[in-house]
Design a protein around this ligand. Sequence first.
Ligand code: OAD
Length: 255
Amino acid sequence: DDLERLAADIGRADTVVAFTGAGISAPSGVPTFRGDNGVWEHFDEGQFTYGRFQRDPEGFWADRLELQRVMFDGEFEPNVAHEALAAMGRKEHLEAILTQNTDGLHADAADSVSSDSSETTLLELHGNARRVHCPDCGRRTDCDPVFERAADGELPPTCDCGGVYKPDVVLFGEQLPGAVIQRARALARESDVFLAIGSSLVVEPAASLPRLAASPETTVGIVNLEPTPVDSTADVVCQEDVTAVLPRLRDLLAE
Ligand code: OAD
């Protein structure tokens, strides 16, 4: 079947790249952006633009607090799909994980799989929502105390240097860091197998990375509950739950 073909291609490949979106974290309880009860049904993307952060940092931070509550309410743990990818990395089946997610769960899964450091490169294309960043002095720090200060009324929360903290994520209207996106594109082009997992593949760079990867020599696989605009370019499309597909793929590779 399709997964057996994918496993065979991965077994033969030099470079396998996984590209993930909110769908891989949905089984951990993190809401997706689009689709049923998606975050963008409750919020307007315009509330979280870089322009608004600069123009109205107080309003931006008040809304950001709400978003953080909706998205990251409680403790999240990696699920079996994150773990299967981490295990594939341990077995050197996976060169890189490129993720659009800001929840940090791929890093947690890599830590939990083994105490040996994984060889897999992890690129968090949209940053990490567990950190904040001071654009003025460059300081990066854990978000929790800063969100607590904001919740206590310090709006916007500021760094010791006086700069306004910014969530360490890529905001709308903000460019992805050039070096990161170039690395992601290079990995997509180099890949022999490119697996898009749990992403609607409608926004950039998600929409173009699988297309960059696609070539007669590359196997492009898509694992997503819903159809995506890139399905017609893909060699294998699994419209199934990530928690069913990825452990099965890992097991096929271990055979
Ligand atoms: P989306 O919310 O757009 O898409 C998530 C996809 O995962 C949907 O197509 C779902 O069908 C699918 N899905 C949900 N649960 C699943 C499961 N258990 N198994 C398989 N598939 C499942 O999320 P992204 O594509 O990640 O950007 O969104 C891309 C970017 O748009 C985000 O990084 C964010 C957003 O605006 C920024 O915040 C900069």
